[in-house]
Design a protein around this ligand. Structure first.
Ligand SMILES: [Zn+2]
Ligand SMILES: [Zn+2]
Length: 393
């Protein structure tokens, strides 16, 4: 065989690796914790601030103070002040934000956009999808969980982002950093196990019916995941009948309330006298997974119906996969399993399955029936925009 010259070999290798490089588009994360001024910004390396046609170079260790001036923002360095409607900050190292001078603060990868939004400071962190996930996975799943569970979590979180990146369109962002979207921290929350899970699944998402899968996840499905549209995922149990998520110390739970507390949780005025022996909480309707859809609450001759999810949030019940009984005439006992809405990936279940030897793709197949793994493509990233265009036609 004729040998290829080394430079040709290297060239072909680099072309090959380029074509295999996963798509890594930028995500705009609204850092909701930074809405007040003054805000202090610094970095271990040199950085740049661009705004109103100005470019200001900032040296390593120098601190800029951000203040609001009506609808504009002032960036102050020592006795020099610059004013712009929007600032773009970018450096060689993470930029550190804090609300108090000399406090430790948080350090973000990527660049920052600062502006005034609805009368308050808005800070956006613009960074590649894969770097964003490094700050999500360790906060959304304990980094001590097994590697295959963390990989399943990384793929779910990536799919969720691709599917839901319109959530903050109206705010000029893709997603926020809170529980409303996915919890995202700064570079200091990163953990090696979670980072490896992101890197080892780089660019991989779940796809179903030519759309990115809404990769929602839940702490503990209680043994039976909630239905995903019309599909009910299989019960989360091994051959011996043990729940895969049973290792969660809070898998089974029991909570007691006085009837008065339940009644008040409905937003009703407390009845002057709870008619003992004439109160009750009943389950009227459940979904295919057994989760309560509607409760009926009886107080003497008064009856109220309330959604399961509503009562769950009002009483801070871990889940709606539960039974309810009356004790001593007016004590209501809720006994259930699991924690969270129960949809999508069961995190404790994923850990149990990984310990039993299942791979990330096997785990995902259980919790997202019909989904397949695929590299993120431009079409998937633009999925929602394309869908909108199609619906206009
Ligand atoms: Zn959000
Ligand atoms: Zn489970």
């Amino acid at each position: 065989m004729k040998r290829l010259p080394l430079y040709l070999l290297l060239l072909s290798l680099s072309v090959l690796s380029k074509t295999q490089e996963p798509l890594n588009p930028e995500v705009r994360v609204w850092l909701t914790r930074w809405q007040t001024v003054p805000l202090y910004i610094t970095s271990e390396c040199a950085w740049r601030a661009a705004g109103a046609g100005m470019l200001h170079n900032v040296s390593a260790g120098e601190t800029a103070t951000v203040e609001r001036d009506g609808t504009r923002l002032t960036l102050r360095f020592g006795n020099k002040s610059l004013l712009a409607k929007e600032w773009m900050l970018e450096g060689e190292a993470p930029l550190t934000l804090s609300n108090a001078q000399r406090s430790s603060g948080r350090s973000y990868r990527g660049s920052l956009v600062l502006r005034v939004y609805k009368g308050r400071l808005q800070v956006l962190n613009v960074l590649p999808l894969e770097e964003y996930l490094l700050g999500v996975v360790p906060l959304e799943m304990p980094p001590s969980f097994p590697a295959e569970a963390l990989k399943a979590q990384a793929i779910a979180a990536r799919s969720w982002t691709v599917r839901n990146r319109h959530k903050h369109e109206a705010d000029g962002a893709d997603v926020c950093d809170g529980t409303h979207c996915q919890v995202y921290g700064d570079a200091t929350v990163e953990r090696e196990s979670a980072t490896l899970a992101v890197q080892n699944t780089a660019g991989i998402i779940m796809v179903k019916d030519d759309a990115p899968v809404d990769g929602v996840y839940t702490a503990d499905c209680g043994g039976q995941p909630a239905p995903d549209g019309s599909t009910l995922p299989t019960v989360d149990r091994d051959e011996s009948g043990r729940d895969y998520c049973v290792a969660n110390p809070a898998h089974y739970w029991s909570l007691r309330f006085s009837f008065r507390e339940v009644w008040q949780a409905l937003g009703e005025d407390s009845p002057p006298e709870v008619p003992k022996g004439k109160v009750n909480v009943q389950i009227v309707q459940t979904d295919e997974s057994g989760r309560v859809v509607t409760f009926r609450i009886l107080c003497g001759d008064r009856t109220r119906e309330v959604e399961g999810t509503k009562l769950r949030s009002r009483l801070s019940l871990p889940s709606t996969l539960l039974r309810v009984r009356l004790e001593q005439g007016d004590v209501i006992v809720f006994e259930g399993s699991g924690s969270g809405h129960g949809k999508g990936l069961c995190q404790w279940g994923a850990a149990g399955r990984a310990r039993a030897g299942q791979k990330a793709e096997d785990i995902l197949r259980v919790y997202y029936p019909g989904a397949r793994l695929a590299p993120l493509s431009e079409a998937m990233w633009q999925w929602r925009r394309n869908r909108k265009l199609n619906s206009v036609r």
